[in-house]
Structure formats: C-alpha cells, structure tokens
Design a protein around this ligand. Structure first.
Ligand code: UGA
Length: 439
C-alpha cells in the first residue's frame, strides 16, 4: 500500500520507516527543508537506535522518499498519517494548530477518497472536529478520519513498532478499519478496532496510567526510606502479582520526556472541560516533582550544604538511549544545584548537545571519569549502560569526596559503601545502613 506520514519527528519518522520495512511505499513529509535534505541522504535528525540503517536501506530500495509538500502526498496517497507535534498550551491543553494546518492542506490536495489518520496524541473528540473541518473544505469527495495512537517509547521505538503489545484503530467506517487493519497485517499483532473517540481516549488513559504507576512506586519508595524497607525488593514483590505486573515499577528521580508530563496535564484539562476534577492525576504530578526535589535535598544533606562544592552529574537525558532533554528531571536538579551555589560538572553519552541549550552553565566533560575529577559528590541521573560498568574504584580515586547519590537505583548500596562511599538512593535500605528511622 502507498501511504504518507506528515511530520518526520520521532513518531512520524519511525512510523514511516517501519511501514516501509513492512513492505509499504511511504512518502515522508516535513516543512523543515534541512530535515528533508538530511533524510534524503539517509541521515536521521533524531537519535533512535536501529532507525538510520533501516532508513538508508529503504531509501536505496525506493520504498521511502521525502518531500516538503503535503498536497503532493495528499494527491498520491490514499492513507495519510498525521504525525505533527501537539505541544502543551500554558493551560495544559494540547495546541492543535499544526494538526489543523496539515488537515487543511490534505483537504486542498485530495482529489478522491482519503483516509486521514491521527497518530499524534490529540484530545478525545479531535476526530469529530477534523471531520467537520474537512467537510467544510471539500465537496463531493468521500473521506474518513481515524485514530491510530502510537505507543512507541523513545530509545526502543523501532522494536516497539515492529513488535507491539497491541494496535489500536478507532474509526466510524468499515472501509477505514479494513484499510488500517491491512496496513498492520504483516505485524501479526493483536488489533483492537474501536470507535474514534475510544481510540483517542486510550492513548491519554494509557500514558496517564503509566505515569501513575511510576509515581505510585516513587511514593512507596519514600515510605521505604522511613521504615527500613527496600523499594527494589518491594517492587519485585508487587510485580509478581500478574494483576500488577513488573513493568514501570522502577523508583527514581521521576518521569520526564515529552509524553508523560504533557499527556497527563492534557488529560486533566480534558476532564476539566467535561466538568470533572481528575485529582488523582494532579497528585501523580506532585509526587513526580517531589522526587527530584528530594534528591537534591539528599545531596545537600550528604555534603552538609552544596554551596561551593563540586557535583558530578552522570546522565542528563530523561532516560537512556535517547538524546532527548525535554522535561528531563536533570534540568531542575542541575538548575537548583547551581542556584544553591554548587559547581556542576556533567557527562551524558548522547544528550550533551541538546543539554547545552537548556543548561548552558554546566561544565561538560568528555567522559564519566573526567566528570568525577575533584568532585565532592557523584549523582547518577540516567541509567545508561556505560554507567553500570564504571570502574568505581577509579571513580573514587579521582573524586575529592565520597558522596554517591544513585538517582536510578543502579547499584547495590552495600557494595558501594564497602568501597568507601557514602550512598543514598531512592527508597533503598540495606543491612548495616545508618537508619533514618522515623518509626
Ligand atoms: C511513553 C510511553 O511509554 C509510550 O508507550 C508512549 O508511546 C510514549 O510515551 C508517547 O506517548 O509517545 P517514553 O516517554 O518514550 O514513552 O518513555 P518511557 O520509557 O515510557 O519512560 C518515560 C519516563 O518514565 C522516563 O523518564 C523514565 O525514566 C521514567 N520511568 C519509566 C521510571 O521512572 N520508572 C519506570 O519504571 C519506567
């Protein structure tokens, strides 16, 4: 089948390249000429493991090509996926300007039946609004609007696309459903076909649920710290219950990225527009903020005040295997440490170029060992694999102090303390630790 993805960011590019991998012919559209130039040369403008080799292969085979013209794609392709950004407005609602523009351009370019698919995360009932928009612009041409939310995680997006837990398709016509089901047939994945509104809601409900799971485990971690329990063991015990499941129970400095913070706020706004107060989700956000704040407090306590001290931050991206700094907890952590008078050195394997734009006052280093040179404390903010295999004896030798703040619970506390460090993690307890017991 021939299809178009409009918007070649994380979602659109992965979707387009993976549809080409499934044997379809794809046109990728983006309004950024430099991005189109790079894509035509096989260069991915984003860091996503496994994406560039697939892009290069399908460019060579002619299965994917790129253009700046939405109308050209609308003329040639029966199915068009909208993959443009829906950033948050100041009040938390999603800004749908780019979606509106794309759909208007499709309406200008289409000359026979078209299926327009929402892939970008949009509030429930956007599909209805888009139907009215297209109807106001085209006469005597049939079309459908469908919702096909993406559940890709940055850093493993290609694998997530090719091996999904489920494909959700929401539409109000059999023709649209069968076109979309056919597109995904090569995946052999479970496909759920629903009405348009339900599919739209599934996306916000899923991301908000996952964020809630993370804040839940982080809230439990705080109780662990006061009671001598260990959150890693508690999470295993919880996760073994099939009704709960082991995923998304890693305690840490909180979730970041463009999806959870934005989608959670958007879902609260959607509920508000319906006259509902989704207080539960507001608490999720509060717990998330408390995690990075508590982590800064722990570093401050360990050092008896961070002013004038040197802190080495290892990892800046909001999670490993991505260069994405958006809403990363490292941002408020680094900013607060600087405000408190600390000197902050840092290293991240791929996110430093993006980090420099938002955190210009840090000292950027070329590796982890250079970062810890002369530091009073080392703090792990992202669980990159290369930090798991650090030579911690060498780290200790190069540091001035011995404070070890493990924001992702990467290490066994006892082992770290045996090496001569003072350790704090998130919700960790171990035999022999100095217990801050309140009960
Ligand atoms: C998330 C969802 O997982 C995807 O299904 C969805 O498609 C995507 O949002 C989206 O809406 O586009 P993503 O933001 O890429 O994907 O990253 P996740 O792997 O979900 O991690 C999000 C944040 O949660 C990260 O900061 C991570 O460190 C944190 N996290 C995750 C935890 O703190 N603990 C966990 O157990 C899991």
């Amino acid at each position: 089948m021939k299809l178009a993805v409009i918007g070649c960011g994380y979602v659109g590019l992965v979707t387009g390249v993976c549809f080409a991998e499934l044997g379809h012919t794809v046109i990728g559209v983006d309004n950024d000429p430099s991005k189109i130039r790079a894509l035509r040369e096989g260069k991915s403008p984003i860091y996503e493991p496994g994406l560039e080799p697939l892009l290069a292969a399908h460019l060579r085979e002619g299965r994917i090509r790129f253009t700046e013209s939405i109308q050209e794609a609308a003329k040639e392709c029966e199915v068009l996926f909208i993959c443009v950004g829906t950033p948050p407005l100041p009040d938390g609602r999603a800004d749908l300007q780019a979606v509106e523009y794309v759909v208007s351009e499709i309406a200008e370019g289409m000359d026979s039946y078209r299926l327009i698919v929402e892939k970008s995360t949009v509030p429930v009932r956007t599909g209805r609004w888009l139907e009215d928009l297209v109807r106001s612009k085209v006469k005597n041409i049939s079309f459908d609007i469908a919702s096909n939310p993406e559940f890709l995680r940055e850093g493993s997006a290609v694998g997530d696309f090719l091996h999904p837990d489920r494909v959700v398709i929401g539409c109000n016509s059999e023709k649209a459903a069968s076109l979309l089901v056919n597109l995904y047939t090569p995946l052999n994945a479970p496909v759920l076909v629903t009405d348009l509104a339900s599919a739209e809601l599934i996306k916000h409900a899923s991301n908000s649920f996952l964020a809630m799971k993370i804040s839940y485990i982080n809230a439990v971690a705080q109780v662990c710290e006061k009671t001598g329990a260990d959150i890693n063991k508690v999470a295993v015990g919880l996760g073994l219950d099939k009704r709960i499941g082991p995923d998304f129970l890693k305690a840490g400095i909180g979730y970041g990225g463009t999806c959870f913070p934005k989608d959670l706020r958007a879902f609260v706004s959607i509920a508000e527009e319906c006259g509902l107060d989704f207080g539960l989700l507001k608490e999720v956000e509060k717990v998330n903020d408390a995690m990075w704040q508590g982590f800064v407090r722990k570093i401050d306590d360990m050092l008896g005040g961070v002013s004038g001290k040197t802190i080495a931050l290892l990892g800046l991206a909001f999670k490993p295997n991505t260069d994405d700094m958006r809403f990363a907890p490292s941002i408020p952590i680094a900013q607060t440490l600087l405000q408190m008078g600390a000197k902050v050195k840092t290293y991240d394997p791929v996110a430093m170029e993006n980090a420099k734009k938002v955190l210009p006052h840090l000292q950027y280093c070329s590796d982890a060992y250079e970062t810890v040179d002369g530091a009073d404390a080392v703090a792990i903010l992202t669980e990159w694999n290369e930090f798991k295999t650090l030579d911690l004896n060498m780290v200790k030798e190069r540091m001035k102090g011995n404070a070890f703040a493990d924001g992702r619970n990467l290490f066994a506390p006892e082992r770290i303390e045996q090496m001569g460090y003072a350790y704090v993690g998130i919700g960790r307890s171990w035999p022999g630790m100095a217990l801050p017991l309140s009960v």
